[in-house]
Design a protein around this ligand. Structure first.
Ligand code: CP3
Length: 343
């Protein structure tokens, strides 16, 4: 197996910089769209054969150094008692949002193996298929990002309902974060036991908070989740979007790898995290629409800036966008491998 990604997660020297992409399986790929034309998104997530097939598409087409389980961060919210739907234009909708103490009380802590058996099944299928290829990454939404979807009922612009609950009923907000932390810990542990060789926590919305609120309402919960998960013995990656203002706090989480978005120079992020940090990132997903030459320049720049870290895993600064030209993604992966080998 190509274990370059796993060795980089552990801070070891690798012959070249490993690369994978957040949301590497998805609508920009014609092969993904072909499968999606027959099934809706949630059915795809719950059909192990198909989800495994979709996970393999970028591994085969792009030559990336890791696979990521095909699922969605919102999938565990269903067994918690929430109604989840995905719409073409709006994205995810949770039609009965959490706004009060009794709403939080009603939330169930799922029995992962019994309620989400398809996730473990996808992982088991994938480990067999990936045996001589690349490692498999499992994932979960981080408690705060899941809380925003539960409270807002979907994606939001100002996250006013989330902040109102946080500021006006902090005990209720804490109670929700507590329940989510227990769920996320159990969910990731189960994924690791089923065969996930690394896990990533997606804290997509952490950057909407003031650093002070991040410290008070998010940090203690993620810290606990990460310290529990680390006992399972696989690398833990923490990705927070718009992380620049909270990197000093993220350092305290002691994640094995810190994912960095594109709004900060990777070298500046490393200065804030310290030279012993292992970082992942941070190409602007829109850079995949540049000319080949300009794209390669940006790849080289990020590789160069990543050199001051203990190890660097190349990735985008956030998920790949629909309509991204597949040939540019292939060129990017090749450029990462070529220029990091020949630096
Ligand atoms: O990375 C991978 O290839 C694995 C699969 C994966 C998906 N979602 C598939 C997906 C992962 C890791 C996610 C994580 C996820 N989901 C996050 C965190 C990462 C991030 O992007 O910030 C979030 C916030 C979600 C919630 C979510 N799921 C939204 C907001 C949407 C709608 C917006 C969109 O991009 O369509 C989804 C749907 C979704 N999740 C799709 C895919 C491939 C598109 C669904 C489709 O096929 O129509």
């Amino acid at each position: 197996m190509n274990d370059t990604f796993l060795r980089a997660c552990q801070g070891q020297h690798t012959e070249y910089t490993p690369v994978w992409l957040m949301r590497q399986a998805g609508r920009y790929m014609p092969e993904y769209r072909a499968i999606r034309s027959h099934v809706d998104f949630l059915t795809l997530c719950k059909t192990p054969d198909l989800a495994a097939q979709v996970t393999m598409q970028p591994v085969e087409m792009l030559g990336v150094d890791a696979a990521i389980l095909f699922s969605d961060i919102l999938v565990p919210l269903e067994p918690m008692g929430m109604r989840l739907e995905f719409y073409e234009k709006e994205g995810p909708v949770l039609s009965e949002p959490i706004r009060s103490k009794s709403d939080v009380e009603r939330l169930i802590i799922p029995d992962i193996e019994a309620d989400l058996p398809f996730v473990m099944e996808i992982i088991r299928i994938l480990r067999k298929e990936l045996a001589d290829k690349v490692p498999l990454i499992g994932f979960s939404g981080a408690p705060f990002t899941l809380a925003t979807y539960m409270i807002e009922g979907g994606t939001s612009k100002n996250f006013l309902n989330t902040k109102k609950l946080m500021f006006q009923h902090s005990n209720v907000f804490d109670y929700l974060m507590e329940k989510l932390s227990v769920t996320v810990t159990a969910y990731l542990s189960s994924q690791i036991r089923a065969g996930a060789q690394a896990v990533q926590l997606f804290d997509t919305w952490a950057g909407i908070l003031t650093p002070m609120d991040y410290k008070r309402f998010v940090l203690p919960y993620v810290k606990k989740v990460i310290s529990e998960i680390k006992k399972e013995g696989v690398p833990v990656i923490y990705f927070a979007n718009e992380c620049a203002g909270i990197l000093k706090d993220i350092k305290k989480l002691k994640a094995d790898v810190v994912g960095v978005d594109w709004r900060i120079e990777l070298s500046d992020a490393i200065k804030k995290l310290g030279k012993n940090a292992v970082v992942q990132g941070n190409l602007d997903p829109c850079a995949l629409f540049l000319t080949r030459e300009n794209l390669e320049e940006r790849v080289k720049d990020i590789l160069w800036k990543g050199e001051s870290a203990k190890s660097h895993i190349f990735n985008l600064g956030h998920g790949i966008l629909p309509h991204t030209p597949v040939e540019n993604v292939i060129a990017m992966v090749e450029a990462v491998h070529y220029y990091s080998r020949n630096a």
